[in-house]
Structure formats: structure tokens, C-alpha cells
Design a protein around this ligand. Structure first.
Ligand SMILES: Nc1nc(=O)c2c([nH]1)NC[C@@H]1CN(c3ccc(C(=O)N[C@@H](CCC(=O)O)C(=O)O)cc3)C=[N+]21
Length: 285
């Protein structure tokens, strides 16, 4: 499954819609990313996001704060963005430095502008099946599965990893689409037995080439969410792609799989947030 290609398809749609909405409302969607410190990976990701946002016709801005910024200062910065009527999407790049409470920061973001879908209220909305902004990586995975017409209903989906940003939300989304879902993690016993029963396998643990062919059923669909850098600077996934690919029905590569889809879904969430905000404004008038 080619995430790069599907990401372009999604972004073309967003670009068209954006142009229509700008024409109709006279306003332009704006995505603001906040990045703390000089972490090279964070800087790179945030720049890719800004570039993609501008390509679909959004306004995008990066706020760079020094690594030693205090929690109070960061919270104040977010408050300002919450109040700024020209900003529709706010993203605080993770991870944050140790001295800042990530949870507090996420809770500070206006739910309507939380384009990462990390706010507890949105997490709750997702888990009871309400519309909200879904976290970008899981949303991108669902979009890929749908694009390639992978049947989800009734299938056994096994998620390896239980993070708040991938494992838990993708499990919820697959459940909503009528999959039978198993979440596994570092303490799971008999992992191989479980993964070999999977029709759809989502691997999100941050361990290079963890998933080998012996852990996969013939004809399964494998989604690799891992982003690991080798010492040589090469990007590799959590799946041993070469070993697994012969055995499966479909598989996502790294790079060029889930990563580009994450960015597309961020743009999609920003457009959804924008539409919601301008619609509410118009009702108020
Ligand atoms: N608040 C927040 N929101 C995030 O969405 C978020 C975050 N923090 N922190 C870090 C992770 C990571 N992440 C990626 C996005 C795109 C690629 C991506 O486009 N990857 C390309 C290759 C990029 C490369 O060459 O390094 C690919 O897989 O093909 C990867 C990873 C978003 N994250």
C-alpha cells in the first residue's frame, strides 16, 4: 500500500475544498504548530507539516520556543492561540521536554482547534462514537485501508502497542468499523499465537524490524507505524518488510506508508476544524 500516493489523492481533495471555502467565506484555514527546543526530528516533522499545509492553500505558522521555556509560558502561548480568531488548528509537537507536563498542555488546547485529536474530550468522543477530530495517524491508517478496499468488518485486527496516540485510538476506530480487536503490548503472553491469528496487524511499538514473517498469517494485511532511525540515519519500520512482504496480502512500507498519511489527515482535521469554527461564527451573527 502506497501511503505517498494516497496522501496526494487526499491532499488534492483538501486543496479543492479549501479553495471553495476560501471563496465562500473570505477566510483561510490556518494551522499553527508549536515546537519546543531544537530536536532535529521535531523540527523536520513540523516543517513538513507546514509545507503540506501551504500546498493545500492554508496559512501556516511555526512558533519555535526555546527548550527552557516554562510550562506557564507554553500554556500562555496556547491560550493566545485559542483566542486568536485567525487560527483554526493548533498542534503542539511531541515529545515535550521533561519539565513540562504534556497532559496539561494538551488539555489547554481549545477542543475545537485540537487538530491532533489528543484532548481528553476528543478521546472520549471517539470512544463513544461521536464526531470529533480523530488522531491523525490512526485516521490515516483507516483511510489507507479504505482506499485499498480492505474489508474490516468481522475481521480480527490485532494491534501491537497501546499508546494514546496510535494503539488505543486505532483499536477504537477498528472496533467502530466492526472488527474484532485485540490490543497487545510489552507484557502480552503468547504474542505469536495472537498475531498469527490476525487478519489485520497494526504494529506501533518503536522496535526496528520487530515483526518477522513467523509472526504473520499468510494473506494478512500489515500496517507498519514504526519510525526508527538507524545509526546510519536510515528510516526503518517495526516490520521486517522484506521478510514479511511475500507472505501477506498487503503491507505498508516505511518510509512512504503511514507517515505521509498522518500529514494528510492533519490537513483534513484542520479543514474540518475551520469549517466548524466558521459555521459557528456565522450562526452567531
Ligand atoms: N503533536 C504531534 N503530532 C504528531 O502527529 C506527531 C508528533 N506530535 N510527534 C512526532 C510524531 C511523528 N509524526 C510523523 C509525521 C510524518 C511522518 C512522515 O511523513 N514520514 C515520512 C518520511 C519522513 C522521513 O524521511 O523522515 C514517511 O514515513 O514516508 C513521520 C512521522 C507525527 N508525529
Amino acid at each position: 500500500m502506497d501511503g505517498k500516493e494516497v496522501a496526494v489523492v487526499v491532499q488534492e481533495k483538501i486543496k479543492k475544498q479549501t479553495a471553495e471555502w476560501i471563496k465562500r467565506t473570505g477566510q483561510t484555514p490556518k494551522l499553527t504548530a508549536v515546537v519546543v527546543g531544537k530536536n532535529a526530528a521535531s523540527q523536520f516533522y513540523v516543517r513538513s507539516k507546514k509545507k503540506a499545509a501551504m500546498e493545500v492553500g492554508f496559512i501556516s505558522e511555526i512558533i519555535e520556543l526555546p527548550a527552557k521555556v516554562t510550562e506557564v509560558e507554553l500554556l500562555a502561548c496556547i491560550k493566545e492561540l485559542n483566542q486568536d480568531v485567525t487560527v483554526h488548528g493548533i498542534l503542539v509537537q511531541l515529545p515535550l521536554p521533561q519539565h513540562i507536563d504534556e497532559h496539561k498542555v494538551i488539555c489547554q488546547i481549545d477542543v475545537y482547534k485540537d487538530v491532533d485529536g489528543f484532548h481528553p474530550e476528543q478521546v472520549g468522543a471517539l470512544s463513544i462514537g461521536l464526531n470529533g477530530l480523530a488522531p491523525c495517524t490512526p485516521a490515516g491508517i483507516i483511510e489507507l485501508l479504505k482506499y485499498y478496499k480492505i474489508k474490516i468488518s468481522g475481521k480480527h485486527a490485532v494491534v501491537i502497542g497501546r499508546s494514546n496516540i496510535v494503539g488505543k485510538p486505532i483499536a477504537n476506530m477498528l472496533l467502530k468499523l466492526d472488527a474484532t480487536v485485540t490490543i497487545t503490548h510489552s507484557q502480552t503472553q503468547n504474542l505469536a499465537e495472537i498475531t498469527r491469528g490476525a487478519d489485520i496487524l497494526i504494529v506501533s511499538i518503536g522496535q526496528p524490524h520487530f515483526l518477522t514473517a513467523d509472526l504473520v498469517k499468510e494473506g494478512a494485511v500489515v500496517i507498519d507505524v514504526g519510525i526508527n532511525r538507524t545509526e546510519a540515519g536510515k528510516l526503518i519500520g517495526d516490520v521486517d518488510f522484506e521478510g514479511v512482504k511475500e507472505k501477506v496480502f498487503a503491507i505498508t512500507p516505511v518510509p512512504g506508508g503511514v507517515g505521509p498519511m498522518t500529514i494528510s489527515m492533519l490537513l483534513d482535521n484542520t479543514l474540518v476544524a475551520f469549517k466548524r469554527i466558521v459555521s459557528v461564527e456565522n450562526k452567531e451573527k
